[in-house]
Design a protein around this ligand. Sequence first.
Ligand code: FES
Length: 157
Amino acid sequence: MSEIFEPIIVGFTCNWCSYRAADAAGTSRAKYPPNIRLIRLMCSGRLDPTFVFKAFAGGADGVMVAGCHPGDCHYVEQNYKTMRRFKMMQRTLEQLGVEPGRIKLVWASAAEGALLVKQMVEFIDEVRDLGPLNWPKWQAEDGFYAEMDNKAMEEQA
Ligand code: FES
């Protein structure tokens, strides 16, 4: 019997809109699958691309970034920076041989809990179709950790 793959998704939400949308979804009992783990940032513009790559390196199969609609960012135009960074992150993933569809950018106002849930469910299905990423396994197979250990030992000597 084959088991259904349940992807692990890390979701970065901004404090003012998308996190509140997720909260509103919870209070109105709109359910979303437990695959997604939310991390609250003050603004989507605070998302350092290294957070995304660290999530993948730590075992995530997909990363969702959610912020206020363009023009509604509480820090004026930081989500326009998010848009530009998002494109850059997609290109970087592609160059690493990772499907760019493993990262998704969505906009949700505090009143759009149901919309956010819909986008979460769709993204989980899309990542499920892509299959497991297994980035930590690649690193282990490529000797990444062994190399890091050797460097650390050399530094200590
Ligand atoms: S405060 Fe929500 S994207 Fe900036």
